[in-house]
Design a protein. Sequence first.
Length: 676
Amino acid sequence: MADFKKNDGITEAQIAVHWKEEDYYYPKTHFIAQANMTDEKILEKFGEKNFPNCFKEYADLLDWYEYWHTTLDTNNPPFFKWFVGGKLNACYNCLDRHLDKYKNKAALHYIPEPEDEPIQHITYQELYRRVNEFAALLKDFCGLKAGDTVTLHMPMVPELPIVMLACARLGVIHSQVFSGFSGKACADRIVDAKSKVLITMDSYYRNGKLLDHKKKADIACNMAKEMGQEVEKVLIWQRYPGKYSSETPLVEGRDFIVNDVLKDYYHREIEPEILPSEGTLFLMYTSGTTGKPKGAQHSIGGYLSYVTGTSKYILDIKPEDVYWCMADIGWITGHSYIVYGPLALGASSVIFEGVPTYPDAARPWRIAEELGVNIFHTSPTAIRALRRLGPDEPKKFNYHFKLMVTVGEPIEPEVWKWYYHVVGKEEAVIIDTWWQTETGGFLCTTVPAIHAMKPGSAGPGAPGIYPAILDDNGNQLEASSNKAGNIVIRNPWPGRMLTIWGDDERFVNQYYRRFNRDPESKDWRDWPYFAGDAAVEAPDGYFRILGRIDDVINVAGHRLGTKELESAVLLVEEVGEAAVVPVADKIKGKVPHVFVSLKPGFSPSKELEEKITQTLVKEIGPIAKPGKVWIVPDMPKTRSGKIMRRVLAAIANKQDVGDITTLANPDIVKQIQSMA
Ligand code: WTA
């Protein structure tokens, strides 16, 4: 097995957030009176002595064809298996079982970006029908069966959950790629997942423009073919059914308009496949420390139990709620907390096209009033943008949130307070939920009716989750030490991914090697999960997350690997060397800055900076747009020739560069600083 590359440890420069401890805020009695978990006795069931059986509480929220015989199988750590022997179907749990009671209730509300287009309200019955028809198409037209993979590159439209649920019904593994990602990024994910079918859409709206999305499918298929993976069929949904809205022609024999083919499958019903708990539901690619994105492979039984349980007890969702999570379904938050968790509970889940600040910063509040949204879920980046562009807008609208969520990045106490006082009108409870693509669901959060809120801190471990802070040598730091360290989860939990798709070794090395106590041990206690974030534990047991300690940049709550960005920059002919570092940003939390040195014979220019920017947008997508491109005469390097990213990050963040006497070329630092 490859050696685990020890990271350099946590440095001050990596610790982005320095706010002081804050006072507590308490949930209001009207919230507590109605909450799903008010009784400390239920919470006590999740106490350490009840591990792992405590998670039965979550799994029992689902319907199983066959009940499991083993709650947690630890025979092959860290490949833990949950609810072994159990058989179920995720689509059945999100649809069929609700029909008796809720068939006429909205499962999805869809808000298109153009405000003159009608909102769609899709009932459970309609969703059930449409999922069945699409499942029939996948099965008979595409020949897909349980265990096959299919790549989706779809925007925020109701057809996306329809496709996901149709796959889940058949046991087909879906791998949705965020629609903002480029054709190239989609190709990489098609190749890794070995998909023969791509499902996409002709176009979608963003910021007032109808974007041609189909053209990315052509790029993706061509590049995938060059890399040895042939896409045999491309299924294209239409933004306007019956009308093809794209400039990109169809490829004969490969491309099919869904609405044309679907006619043959109207009125069809497909029995849900009876699938093992530890089977695979989907892949979700995320950035890591190397250039290659990794496919987090999530299970059916463990994952669905975990997102359903946390949706019930942490998001406090009930069937009568109107729940709106503003994330994109192309990220894990959307999979877990727009689609699977809320629908498994029979909730009404809102999906919107576009961005929160277009046509204006009142859009979310207008939607909340119109639909009667009472649970609201978003990211610090969106909150910061809405606060800057329309600080008083929420007051003008008549909506009432009982609970609000923040996720994806640390939230500054000042921003938290605006969220609390202005958006939440001092009525709503706030939960700050810390977790990751790999973890399936929440890891640290308060239980909303039981714990006090503390601005800027995620909270204690979620029920059944036992986090700890370890120093770089693996020693636990006590809660009162006030020292930052590596946050780990001491125990397995059902929402965690099964592995990295096709790369068990990387899975073990990335998440378990770092603090494993004994590679031979079969005891889960010897296998703490290494999250890759720095955090501090306060004496009250609340965790304050400080940010990534690895080569990952968290831009507006989206993860980008510095290595991925650097390899894209190196495609520019003039570039000799490239280094990408995170720089603090008032709205997005962090943005990438790109440092390049040029090959001999080339000189810096504005055009070249623009070319580098455009290459990143083309290779990865608009989220990779750098805050600044620095064309420098040389990179600061160690004597062994390693680029000192730490020094570049300090310069770009206007911080002290620290000790640079060990550099091979210390003089370069002043030169670069003078370019700021
Ligand atoms: C960061 C998103 C502070 C963290 C669900 C983590 C957070 C990475 C929070 C995962 C939070 C997520 N407070 N930081 N509440 N939530 N993060 O995989 O650095 O897109 O490792 O999953 O986002 O990002 P991912």
